[in-house]
Design a protein around this ligand. Structure first.
Ligand SMILES: [Zn+2]
Length: 145
């Protein structure tokens, strides 16, 4: 895996957009993660996770952001995507921070843009990685390549 790259001003704007989304919609145990993506056409879309009483129905913030993009402008690819977690009030020593996409979201991001950049935690900071580097040996049906 390549070393993650330093963040650009545009990357920091994306983190700010994801943070604003979850700060606006945070609900303990229901919405704790915000996401933001920049399409290849340069538009930003945000989402928050949808937790559910029936756990397997939960939807990640990245998927909600992507869904909003596809509904509003169609599939224009993903230049960069990021998710951040707003800690619950009981975690007083924690602050909002970039989180890695889960395995399912890595598959989803790759499907919509195999060249997408993903902002990931890198020690106490964040850095940008390529989705292909985060998802080696992606799922394929049978002999598809
Ligand atoms: Zn996910």
């Amino acid at each position: 895996m390549k070393k993650p790259a330093a963040l650009s001003k545009a990357d920091r704007e994306l983190i700010a957009a994801a943070s604003a989304a979850i700060k606006a919609r945070y609900r303990d145990d229901w919405q704790e993660v915000g996401a933001a993506l920049r399409t290849r056409s340069g538009k930003i879309f945000t989402g928050v996770n949808l937790d559910a009483y029936l756990g397997r129905m939960a939807v990640c913030a990245e998927a909600v952001a992507l869904g909003r993009a596809v509904v509003e402008i169609g599939d224009e690819g993903i230049d960069t995507i990021v998710a951040v977690r707003q800690p619950p009030p009981r975690e007083k020593d924690q602050s909002i921070a970039v989180v890695s996409p889960c395995g399912a979201c890595r598959e989803l991001i790759f499907d919509y843009d195999p060249k997408a950049r993903v902002i990931v935690p890198n020690g106490k900071k964040a850095a940008a990685a390529q989705i292909a580097d985060l998802l080696p040996n992606k799922y394929r049906r049978g002999s598809e390549t």
